[in-house]
Design a binder for this molecule. Structure first.
Ligand code: DGY
Length: 334
């Protein structure tokens, strides 16, 4: 009788994730080991549990470097990172060890993150969080024509930095729904985006100078680290808002706090932070961000819908299944 080789494959998942992926892996007959505590796995535990596995399903909170690859041993074929971003994985080390790295840019995730960026944009423009707080505190003492005046989104200019699927979804929605004008900057021109919207390819400087809302959708790379810093804030309109749902370190947080304090820009909405979960900032900066009304903060939840997280789970598993079956990965990280 032929031996079922699938059953020998061992998969390690570094945290409990929505069940679509684990279910698909188990249905293949793989041995699936899931770290069950609802917390980031400790380094020591990761190095121990990864030993001898054929596939590692990691999270953006796990640092996957040469030490992990070594600890896993020669059977490891794929690191399926449960995130669109993969700055937590050392791609060069993975290449050296012949290990494939994949990410999860599922269509659902692109929709969800674009929705979240939109929600933040509107919340900034209409001062939603501040208004909610004031009302809950019993400080609404009757209609006042000057109370909490915000700004319209309709007809304004959106600047999008990075036009992958998330950036494109945001542009399409705001363009169709609110007649927003769009400027974009990217490493190269995006003709597909230009076909579906009025988006215009400009330099980053021009984008910063002309936009009312600047939304970041670029990956974190050495070239995008602190892409937005003091010099760039100086170029922005005083009435402009910054939205970041990509990676915290693309924005120099200290420069951002200075720009907000000096009213160089009108406000910011951040879903991601330098050195999260704690702000890896000077204490005064983090205190300022936590208390300023011109700032909205969400805890890296831009993709936190059931639909998106299940799609990420399934795609991570499908990548593992493809690679362990000798097929090319569906979404290689590159
Ligand atoms: C991603 O997919 O990279 C997100 O940041 C996780 O929500």
């Amino acid at each position: 009788m032929l031996k079922n080789t699938f059953s020998m494959y061992k998969i390690f998942i570094t945290r409990h994730i929505p069940d679509a992926g684990p279910k698909a892996l188990k249905e293949k007959g793989y041995q699936v080991d899931i770290y069950q505590k609802d917390d980031v796995i400790a380094r020591k535990e990761l190095l121990k549990r990864v030993k001898g596995c054929d596939a590692l399903l990691s999270l953006l909170t796990d640092k996957i470097d040469e030490e992990v690859l070594k600890a896993a041993g020669p059977k490891l074929k794929i690191i399926a990172n449960y995130a669109v971003g993969f700055d937590n994985v050392d791609l060069a080390a993975a290449k050296k060890y012949g290990v494939t790295v994949t990410n999860t840019p599922a269509p659902e995730v692109s929709e969800t993150v674009a929705e979240h960026a939109m929600a933040l944009l509107f919340a900034l423009a209409h001062r939603i969080v501040e208004s909610d707080h004031l009302t809950r505190q019993g400080k609404y003492h009757g209609w006042n024509p000057n109370l909490l005046l915000g700004t319209d989104v309709t007809g304004k200019t959106l600047g999008v930095i990075g036009t992958g699927r998330i950036g494109m979804n945001l542009v399409r929605r705001l363009n169709e729904g609110f007649g927003i004008r769009t400027l974009y900057s990217d490493v190269k021109r995006n003709k597909e985006l230009e076909k579906i919207s009025n988006a215009k390819f400009v330099t980053l400087n021009e984008l910063l100078m002309r936009s009312d809302f600047v939304s970041i959708h670029a990956p974190l790379l050495p070239s995008t680290h602190h892409l937005i810093s003091t010099k760039q804030f100086r170029l922005m309109k005083k009435t402009a808002y910054l939205i970041n749902t990509s990676r915290g370190s693309i924005v120099d947080s200290h420069a951002l706090v200075q720009a907000l304090k000096t009213k160089r820009i009108a406000g910011a909405a951040l879903d991601v932070f330098e050195g999260e979960p704690a702000f890896a900032l000077r204490r005064q900066d983090s205190t300022y961000l936590q208390h300023a009304w011109s700032v909205i903060l969400t805890p890296h939840t831009a993709s936190a819908t059931i639909e998106a997280r299940q799609a990420m789970s399934k795609l991570a598993a499908d990548n593992i299944i493809a690679v362990l079956s000798g097929k090319p990965p569906l979404t290689p990280a590159k």
